[in-house]
Write a protein that binds this ligand. Structure first.
Ligand code: GFB
Length: 317
């Protein structure tokens, strides 16, 4: 651990990833966390963001504030996914440079890589092909953020790193019935079907796409580990974080069905898109630095179901 009094700003501390980073930093003994809600500092507003950074002058910045969502949300609101993400990341990254922050960690997602990438996906495959159309606006915003961090490192000597996790899940997720990611949506759908005594549950697409799921606290642990140890000039500006373990959507649905205790059948809705068929990332770079994930998918889903049962009315959105 480094100096426990490091001033750490977590942008997006109430979200899936930001709340996990907050928990891991607190558990490791960091005492000086700066946490601001959207009402206190609107990160889509450059003047507010700059003023906040210049008065607080954090040492470390975790940039976990973003407009995120699943395949339907991404396809339905392409403008917001592009524009809100560009605004937030531009304002935060630029302000962090102006406030001379020591380090910044920018969070994206494995969907930034080309749709037809060789698998597992290495960091160097960025910008080697066309993107998956359902999440192109989000991916383009995140690629712009990676390039902004790289440009500042090169031109101004900053130490800003971009981290690309696989599909995330964990406590404090969004359970919206249409716009959320597959794991929380299926968890909610199976739970509600069980409560109503339904005999079947709809699963979108063919069930064949493969996904790699990472528990949010494992990601947070990796982010803090990197923050404490990385130097973007030796590590490069981009690093993947994942488990390297894939499951099909069918396998995922069956694990959730079992965890929830739903006894009926699955019904595939082929009118809904499959999206990318496969996107397993190569995690050799972070594994070689000494970091490994610790939770299995079965374990993680049990923890998330407990969180859902405790907070379900808050989470549905
Ligand atoms: O999490 P998800 O929506 O996003 O997962 P992506 C979509 C996959 O799960 C597709 C299937 O293959 C869907 O057909 N699926 C099955 C479902 N049932 C459901 C359901 O009830 N809801 C949802 N949402 N999907 C996102 C990107 O891609 O991944 C983002 O759009 C981001 O930009 C995120 O990168 C991590 O994995 O396809």
């Amino acid at each position: 651990m480094q100096n426990p009094n490091k001033k750490i700003y977590i942008a997006g501390h109430n979200g899936l990833v930001g709340s996990a980073i907050k928990k891991v930093c607190t558990n490791k003994g960091y005492k000086n966390l700066v946490l601001k809600t959207r009402n206190e500092v609107d990160l889509t507003d450059y003047n507010q963001t700059k003023e906040f950074f210049l008065s607080e002058k954090p040492d470390w910045v975790f940039l976990a504030a973003a407009k995120v969502g699943g395949i339907h949300g991404n396809s339905t609101y392409p403008t917001e996914f592009l524009l809100e993400n560009l605004k937030i990341q531009n304002n935060v990254i630029e302000s962090a440079r102006e406030a001379q922050c020591e380090k910044l960690l920018f969070l994206g997602s494995s969907c930034i890589y080309p749709k037809e990438c060789p698998q597992p996906i290495k960091e160097e495959f960025l910008l080697t092909g066309k993107l998956e159309p359902t999440n192109e606006p989000y991916a383009i915003a995140k690629i712009a953020g990676i390039k902004l961090c790289d440009a500042m490192n090169k031109q101004y000597g900053t130490n800003f790193l971009s981290v690309m996790p696989s599909n995330m899940y964990g406590p404090n997720d969004n359970y919206h019935s249409e716009n959320a990611h597959v794991l929380p949506m299926l968890l909610r759908r199976f739970h509600e079907a069980k409560e109503r005594g339904d005999t079947k549950v709809s699963v979108w697409g063919t069930g064949k796409p493969m996904r790699e799921f990472l528990y949010s606290e494992d990601l947070a642990d990796a982010c803090l580990y990197l923050m404490e140890n990385y130097n973007a000039s030796t590590l490069g500006g981009l690093i993947n974080i994942g488990t390297s373990k894939e499951v099909s959507i069918l396998e995922l649905a069956n694990i959730i069905k079992e965890t929830v205790g739903f006894k009926g059948k699955l019904e595939f809705d082929r009118s809904k898109p499959d999206g990318t068929m496969r996107k397993v990332i190569d995690t050799g770079k972070i594994n070689n630095l000494g970091w490994m994930p610790s939770r299995s998918l079965q374990e993680g889903i049990k923890l998330v179901y407990q969180d859902f049962l405790t907070n379900q009315e808050l989470r549905k959105g």
